[in-house]
Write a protein that binds this ligand. Structure first.
Ligand SMILES: [Zn+2]
Length: 113
């Protein structure tokens, strides 16, 4: 039996919610029409802005912590800005596909049950 958490974990590694083997994305975050392994259809599975919203929420907390930590040191504001911008750009780029995978799989699970 496929559970909610199994599906969410498969989304975390961007795998098919049904079989857990096939990839769900082609390229960065473009959703495949169906699973290449089991053929499960992903059509109609829209996450809209849930993944970017969750990414901002997740990365924003770490960025706030980073700013709070670094502002106590005697780092210049110019260097602080550059470091925080670099961190946010990399962290958001890494987090967005993970969040989209989770939301795609949760959508699939909710449509099945
Ligand atoms: Zn599959």
């Amino acid at each position: 039996m496929i559970t909610y958490w199994t599906v969410a974990k498969r989304g975390l590694i961007r795998r098919c919610p049904k079989c857990g083997a096939g990839h769900i994305f082609t390229g960065y975050i473009r959703l495949l029409p169906e699973c290449p392994d089991c053929g499960e259809s992903f059509s109609g599975n829209r996450t809209d802005d849930a993944a970017p919203w969750a990414t901002v929420l997740f990365v924003g907390h770490f960025a706030a912590w980073l700013i709070g930590t670094m502002i106590k040191s005697d780092i210049s504001s110019q260097n602080l800005t550059l470091i925080v911008l670099a961190f946010v750009a990399v962290a958001a780029a890494v987090t967005l596909p993970v969040m989209k995978g989770i939301f795609v799989n949760i959508n699939w699970f909710r449509a099945q049950h």
